[in-house]
Design a protein around this ligand. Structure first.
Ligand code: PMM
Length: 278
């Protein structure tokens, strides 16, 4: 049996079922839900709705990583995420993750009530380890940037599963050397971040390959490769396809899935988890 991962007042016993991270993007320009929750009160309401629908963790993000998005000033990022974390904390919500690559933002988020750090750059900011020691979990995601740094510009991999695995292994080693307990690390192959359709499918199919490095999180929700597979151009039209991807990830060994459509995913995963454990 694995050590439980704590997130505020929740205890996530990895391996017992597939856990759901609900996405709350406080950005004007995220590809999937940009502009929907720019007012802190709307974002808080959305987070509460996702919790009521069964989310185990809320992931709050203030910087878009969509293709062509401008880097956000940390002050702007702070102004976006802090009122949301504070608003949720004021309502007693403790199972909060902050989606940021900036140590300053992560530190302020933890002080405001966040429990996890979701770092899509996997420790590019030298200050992150110091801050992450106070977090209950640190998510390290693979993101090999193509020239131009755009999310969807993908690089050519000889063996995408092996390359992503070796990158994550080196970042996990860096985190552990910096004093983060291995049991508090979650790894994520970073679907859509510099990957093509086939790369994403390979990574989904082999989620279990990363299990030795930590808990495994997979984020396929609303991503472009699902639009290609399902024939849906609009990101918000991809929730049905996203539920399919979450089920595939669970079947392939993911411990957590990061999704927009929480209710449908939670119901679908109950079925997958029941079959997996029957
Ligand atoms: N994807 C996005 C943002 N943050 N974090 C993790 N750990 N994994 C992901 O796949 C991931 C992420 C981009 O998607 P969004 O704009 O819908 O949040």
């Amino acid at each position: 049996m694995r050590t439980p991962l704590h997130c505020g007042d929740r205890s996530l016993l990895l391996g017992s079922r597939t856990f759901v991270m609900g996405i709350v993007n406080v950005t004007p320009d995220s590809f999937s839900d940009g502009g929907a929750f720019m007012l802190a009160a709307d974002a808080v309401d959305h987070g509460l709705r996702l919790l009521a629908e069964g989310a185990d963790v809320l992931d709050i993000g203030g910087e878009s990583t969509r293709p062509g998005a401008d880097a956000v000033d940390v002050d702007v990022e702070l102004q976006r995420v802090l009122p949301v974390i504070e608003g949720l904390a004021a309502r007693g919500v403790k199972n909060i993750s902050i989606d940021t690559r900036h140590a300053v933002v992560a530190g302020a988020a933890l002080a405001a009530g966040a429990a996890w750090i979701n770092d899509v750059s996997a420790l590019d900011d030298d200050g992150m380890i110091e801050v992450a020691r106070a977090a209950q979990a640190l998510v390290l995601m693979h993101w090999r940037k193509a020239p131009g740094d755009h999310l969807q510009d993908h690089v050519a991999y000889d063996d995408v599963v092996a390359e992503v695995g070796s990158f994550l292994r080196s970042r996990v080693a860096r985190a552990c050397a910096g004093g983060i307990e291995a049991a508090r690390i979650v790894v994520d192959p970073g679907l859509g971040f510099g990957k093509g359709v086939d790369d994403n499918l390979q990574l989904l199919a082999h989620a279990r390959a990363f299990a030795g490095l930590g808990g495994v999180l997979v984020g396929a929700s609303r991503k472009r490769f699902l639009g290609v597979l399902a024939g849906r151009t609009g990101a918000r039209d991809r929730d049905d396809a996203s539920v399919g991807a979450a089920c595939a990830a669970a079947w392939a060994g993911a411990d957590l899935v990061r999704v927009h459509a929480v209710r449908a995913t939670v119901d679908a995963l109950k079925v997958v988890d029941a079959v997996l454990r029957s």
